[in-house]
Design a protein around this ligand. Structure first.
Ligand SMILES: C[S@@+](CC[C@H](N)C(=O)[O-])C[C@H]1O[C@@H](n2cnc3c(N)ncnc32)[C@H](O)[C@@H]1O
Length: 451
């Protein structure tokens, strides 16, 4: 069959061979409508979406559009097994839908929870005012000598904290954290913890704009109190806007709508056949070490007892390997074989990533209602001269989990949103200056249908 002639219906009614899948992707044209060009920062960071930076988060407009296309009624259950900063979950709640999901990254879970929980704006304003007034002494000269607050600095991570923070900022941050932990209302406490987590990078000597944990000994870190005040103001505005769009019945009963957990994407906290739509973007193999990237939050908020063990739970990291497991997908197998000739170590990492994703797709199939769809956003790349056809692998794998390959969307990624380069040797994303290979100028939305 000529692949050019493949219509959406043709895609639906056959199990596609690896060759056919490869051809479909090779001939796929960019769908300009899915680039969301012209959207400003105020659009992509609206409501609570701008609470915290997060690598590879997708823009809310993409989630909104998928929901508009696939959800007809007023009731729905949306799931995201890789919530990240919670874009899908926040959008689902804004529509008054049920939202469920997981992330292995504890800081991602906290962010998602806070971002999708609307708080009465007047109450929040009162709480922020009280909070800042308790810390007002920090504005004064020689602030550390004033005030009676004993700084709370997690001693079990003191070496890492000393590595990243100046003595002064360490103490100011410790005082702020102490006041946060004294807050009795957990919704408010978590809100402040997200603020705290967000300001850590600027208040440390982490090289500005770097996606790798690198120190900049010449950096003048921001004063934590000033950063805190600024970020609280921004988040207060975001909460108000979000509160206004969330339906009243959801605002008052958020626990009935929000079902999210810290955990592995392979185990969703929902029964069989209960979800209408899955919208997710998986981790990329060897791209970001999320555990490393969020280490400032992890150490200050004491989110992992053992950072090395914690890292192993993440999908797509260099810390993961499986022995004796066989991939179902032929495209995946070929990529792993090709990589094996270049780097057996990297071949193992890629194999582990594809194996993990096969299990995640099985779980997506289990939880979807008949007629439901899963939409996975993913890009292809090239590592050590080998084409890593992630999207093609996903398309093939979805079929083995029981899905019909329903639709493939190819979209351009606006330059601002993702770093465009990756280091060919390590496969990690890098800033545009220090990498030598194009990363993800385009990406795909691979959509599976459960009949
Ligand atoms: C590309 S990000 C998702 C970004 C998200 N779409 C957003 O808008 O913020 C992928 C996420 O997968 C998470 N992750 C990695 N391994 C996981 C696992 N085994 N189970 C669940 N989540 C995992 C990472 O922590 C990361 O948050």
């Amino acid at each position: 069959m000529e692949t050019k002639e493949l219509s959406a219906t043709a895609l639906k009614y056959q199990t596609l061979s690896p060759d056919l899948i490869r051809n479909i992707f090779a001939e796929k044209e960019i769908d300009k409508e899915w680039s969301f060009e012209g959207y400003k920062h105020s659009d992509t960071a609206k409501w609570t979406h701008g609470y915290h930076r997060y690598p590879a988060k997708f823009i809310p407009q993409l989630v909104e559009r998928l929901i508009n296309e696939y959800i007809g009624g007023k009731k729905a259950h949306i799931n995201d097994p890789f919530m990240g900063s919670g874009t899908t979950i926040v959008t689902a709640i804004s529509r008054g839908f049920k939202a469920s999901g997981t992330d292995i990254n504890r800081i991602a879970y906290l962010m998602t929870k806070v971002k999708s929980t609307p708080i009465n704006p007047e109450y929040l304003h009162k709480k922020i005012t009280q909070f800042l007034s308790k810390l007002a002494f920090l504005q004064e000269p020689n602030n550390l000598l004033k005030g009676t607050i004993e700084p709370l600095i997690p001693q079990q991570h003191i070496e890492r904290i000393n590595y990243w923070f100046t003595e002064e900022n360490k103490n100011i941050l410790g005082k702020i954290l102490k006041v946060i932990y004294n807050e009795k209302d957990t919704t408010i406490k978590d809100f402040f913890l997200v603020t705290f987590s967000h300001i850590l990078k600027n208040c440390s000597i982490w090289l500005q704009g770097s996606t790798k944990p690198t120190r900049d000994l010449k950096k003048k870190p921001t004063n934590p109190y000033i950063a805190l005040k600024r970020q609280l103001k921004k988040m207060e505005r975001g909460n108000k806007a979000f509160y206004e769009v969330v339906p009243e019945k959801v605002r008052g009963n958020i626990q009935d709508y929000l079902n999210i957990k810290i955990g592995n994407a392979r185990h969703q906290p929902v029964p069989d056949s209960s979800v209408d739509l899955i919208i997710s973007s998986s981790p990329y193999v060897t791209s970001y070490e999320y555990a490393d990237l969020h280490q400032l939050s992890t150490i200050w908020l004491d989110l992992a007892d053992d950072l090395t063990e914690y890292k192993k739970e993440f999908i797509g990291t260099a810390y993961k390997k499986y022995e004796g497991k066989i991939l179902r997908g032929k495209i995946a197998e070929e990529i792993v074989d090709q990589m094996h000739t270049k780097s057996p170590k990297m071949a193992k990492e890629i194999e582990a990533f594809f194996l993990d994703m096969e299990r995640v797709f099985d779980e997506s199939f289990r939880i979807l209602k008949p007629g439901g769809r899963c939409c996975y956003v993913i890009g292809d790349t090239r590592l050590k001269g080998v084409d890593i056809l992630n999207a093609e692998v996903f398309a093939e794998s979805l079929q083995y989990s029981g899905f019909i390959l329903d639709r493939i969307i190819k979209r351009e990624i606006p330059l601002k949103i993702l770093p465009q380069k990756r280091d060919e040797k390590t496969g990690r994303f890098a800033s545009n200056n220090d990498a030598n290979s194009e990363a993800y100028p385009v990406e795909y939305i691979v959509i599976g249908l459960k009949e």
